[in-house]
Design a protein around this ligand. Sequence first.
Ligand code: NAD
Length: 255
Amino acid sequence: MRRFENRVCVVTGGARGIGAAIAYRLGLEGCKVAILDIDDSAGSIRIEELRARGIEATYIHADVASENDVSKAMDTVFSRYNAINVLVNNAGIGSSGKSIEEQTIDEWRRVIDVNLTGAWLCTKHAVRYMKKSGGVIINIASTRAFQSEPNTEPYSASKGGLVALTHALAISLAKYGIRVLSISPGWVDTSNWQIPPRESVLTPLDNLWHPAGRVGKPEDIAALVAFLASDEASWITGVNIIIDGGVTAKMVYMD
Ligand code: NAD
């Protein structure tokens, strides 16, 4: 299927991991792809891989937490491709796992800046161009927006904020023909999509406690992004979709 012929997507954090799989999938379906990332060496390797498969692709260095970087990056994408049709706010970082008493204000601010403010900034500057043609914005949140293990406050709060940002934006931007959605993945093994690819550290047990029988793959998330960004999903906006192999649905005392 080539559902995105002549369309342009921006994927933040697309140099590695889930974002790289999303960039690849949208590119295979005909999209021109702009990757915004801070890992320049991974970004340039990824762009060469995409181009080798006949995908039109550009790498732009941009820290999503910097308004200056983001504003310039969206200008560059539009001047190169004359459109921005799909924005995937995927760039994200984890938090330290330290207890609330040990977490620093710097850690809190950086996680919120990258995971939440970054999506807000990218949307703000993409919308300048996207409202000319309509489009789709997909925020990559996490099941951590809804459930947590101990000591993940900055990360969980950033992802919860991203889910709320999604429905707020969907209502504000509907008049421009812009749909806004979030996806909340559970545990996704990104080892195949790192640079260089890494050996997976998964154990059989990790797969077993997923009702679906396995941990997620970046390709699972990319397939959902491609559907939601396509015209087949034109009546879906303002909602969050959990993709986690059934973990959120499972009662904890079940085996
Ligand atoms: P990853 O670390 O493999 O890749 C993240 C990419 O984002 C990297 O290329 C990195 O350089 C880039 N990045 C980091 N900070 C950035 C910044 N300030 N500006 C621009 N780019 C930046 O991570 P991943 O596992 O592929 O996660 C991707 C997204 O999916 C994140 O938002 C993450 O929170 C979310 N997520 C991941 C999982 C999982 O299990 N892997 C589960 C749920 C949600």
